[in-house]
Design a protein around this ligand. Structure first.
Ligand SMILES: C[S@@+](CC[C@H](N)C(=O)[O-])C[C@H]1O[C@@H](n2cnc3c(N)ncnc32)[C@H](O)[C@@H]1O
Length: 285
């Protein structure tokens, strides 16, 4: 396969997250909240520490920072404008209008040097084609002694998710065709830079000190088949749009998926996963 340029790959990833943004909060709620809170607990910000949520999505890490540091000290950024819009709406609704949110590429961080005592990045690093560029940018915006942390996924209980993917492909074959080479390139990037040992190595190479890795477990409870199907369809929104389904066809696809997955027992809707936090500091002096 010809080499995909970082710019092309990033545009593909950005479109994916832009398309998924309106349904992202219901999807991320059960799935990403616990890891975001764990990351922030591991980073242990104090009241008044300036904190940045990098690649914020709907701003779960920012919300967890705000609880500990105070909302006025928190900033958040993401390169997908629709995710930023989603984050703004969710943060306002959560009574945190002071959190500043902006569109920014993690590989071009433009905050002034030394702006933050803490930087948290939830499941973002595996999306960056030039992770070292991003990490050096993070180091630059950290204050001396400041800490940054990154989460990545480990294994998960797969049966129900695999069944969903299989059935969606049966019902909407075009989903498997969209993206083609870019999907593979993104899969490779994510597979390589999502491994915690690799993140440890990248942080050390970028110049972080005191790099440490912790493993965690959590369970996301999707409750029942309709909730699970709606969450997964929200994530597949870009592919579904490309398949050009009308409202009636969409409703039929949803109904067929819900019927199929309803035969799974209650416990199957509790998705168990492991995840990792990798943290490092900017040297104090
Ligand atoms: C899996 S989501 C995680 C969202 C959020 N951090 C959380 O933990 O809930 C990954 C996010 O990274 C963002 N992203 C990917 N590449 C980026 C880049 N180069 N710069 C900024 N954001 C990026 C995406 O737009 C998406 O919102």
């Amino acid at each position: 396969m010809p080499r995909v340029s970082p710019g092309t790959l990033k545009a593909y990833i950005r479109d994916d997250y832009d398309a998924a943004a309106p349904g992202w909060e219901p999807f991320m709620g059960p799935y990403f909240r616990a890891p975001a809170e764990r990351l922030v607990a591991d980073l242990a910000p104090r009241r008044g520490d300036r904190c940045l949520d990098l690649a914020c999505g709907s701003g779960l890490v920012a919300r967890a920072f705000a609880v500990r540091a105070g909302a006025a000290c928190v900033s958040a950024c993401d390169f997908a404008p629709m995710q930023v819009r989603e984050a703004r709406g969710v943060l306002d609704a959560a009574g945190m209008p002071e959190i500043e949110v902006r569109v920014m590429d993690a590989e071009r961080i433009t905050y002034p040097p030394g702006s933050f005592e803490r930087v948290g990045c939830g499941f973002g690093l595996n999306h960056f084609p030039r992770p070292l560029v991003a990490l050096r940018g993070v180091l630059r915006v950290l204050s001396p002694g400041g800490r940054a942390g990154f989460t990545s996924w480990g294994g998960f209980s797969p049966s129900i998710r695999e069944r969903f993917d299989e059935r969606l492909l049966d019902l909407v074959p075009a989903v498997g065709e969209s993206g083609a080479g870019l999907e593979t390139a993104f899969g490779r990037l994510s597979g390589r830079n999502g491994r915690p040992e690799r993140i440890v190595e990248l942080l050390a190479r970028a110049g972080f000190v005191g790099v440490e890795h912790r493993g965690h477990r959590f369970a996301a409870d999707y409750v029942d088949a309709p909730t699970f199907v709606d969450a997964m369809l929200a994530r597949a929104e870009r592919d579904l749009r490309q398949a050009n389904l009308g409202d009636t066809e969409r409703a039929e696809v949803r109904k067929a998926l819900v019927m199929d997955l309803s035969r799974f027992g209650r416990q199957e809707f509790v998705v168990r996963r492991t995840f990792h936090t990798v943290m490092g500091r900017r040297a104090a002096g």
